[in-house]
Write a protein of this length. Structure first.
Length: 209
């Protein structure tokens, strides 16, 4: 479980085929890999992945991306040198400064607009209606793992703003129109729909996961 507060922007040092999956070797910038343990969970641009190996000499750790991850996220497009938002799993004693983020990506969106919003940056992101239905104005959404507040939502897009710190401390500052971003909608809405599904009119039901 994560909070959507990015702790580091790492670099994809290497990506190679691993028999139907892809192995990423990731080099964190703010952490020492000596702090990590085999089997721990780290969110990579919002995608929860398990540490499978640590190379202290290279300053990297490995994670494995299966077919579902490659199909449903933007990580399948990542090449060596790509920057990744990193967050280690939260401790039970941590402050929940963002919102509850599972690290399970629901789908991807495409940036359709980026423009100044005072001292902030505003992004408009096109979403499939099956994702947008779970987003509410002033609610929370995780974009590339970053916990953000929704400014506006329609049937097929969402608008968010980021402060200068977020632009500097995450990959969103280098995200432009046409880029594909990972989307995790608020978990609570999906559970509510699943639990109440049989009581809802058919027209209001969405694809639950």
């Amino acid at each position: 479980m994560f909070t959507g507060l990015i702790a580091d922007v790492g670099v994809l040092a290497k990506a190679h085929d691993a028999g139907g999956a892809v192995c990423f070797s990731v080099r964190p910038q703010a952490w020492s890999v000596g702090e990590l343990t085999i089997g721990e969970s780290i969110a990579h641009s919002g995608v929860c992945l398990t540490v499978t190996a640590i190379d202290a000499a290279q300053g990297t750790y490995d994670v494995l991306l299966g077919p579902e991850t490659l199909r449903c996220t933007n990580l399948g497009r990542a090449a060596a040198g790509a920057r990744l938002n990193l967050e280690r799993a939260m401790l039970a004693s941590d402050r929940l400064g963002g919102h509850i983020v599972a690290g399970h990506i629901d789908g991807v969106g495409t940036v359709t607009a980026r423009q100044p919003d005072g001292s902030n940056l505003r992004f408009d992101i096109a979403l499939a209606p099956s994702l947008a239905r779970y987003v509410v104005a002033k609610g929370s959404i995780a974009i590339d793992g970053i916990s953000l507040t929704v400014n506006r939502v329609s049937d097929d897009d969402v608008s968010v703003s980021i402060i200068p710190h977020t632009a500097a401390a995450t990959t969103l500052g280098q995200t432009h129109v046409g880029d594909v971003v990972n989307i995790e909608v608020d978990l609570i809405g999906k559970y509510v729909e699943r639990l109440l599904g049989e009581h809802l009119p058919a027209a209001t039901k969405g694809a639950t996961s």
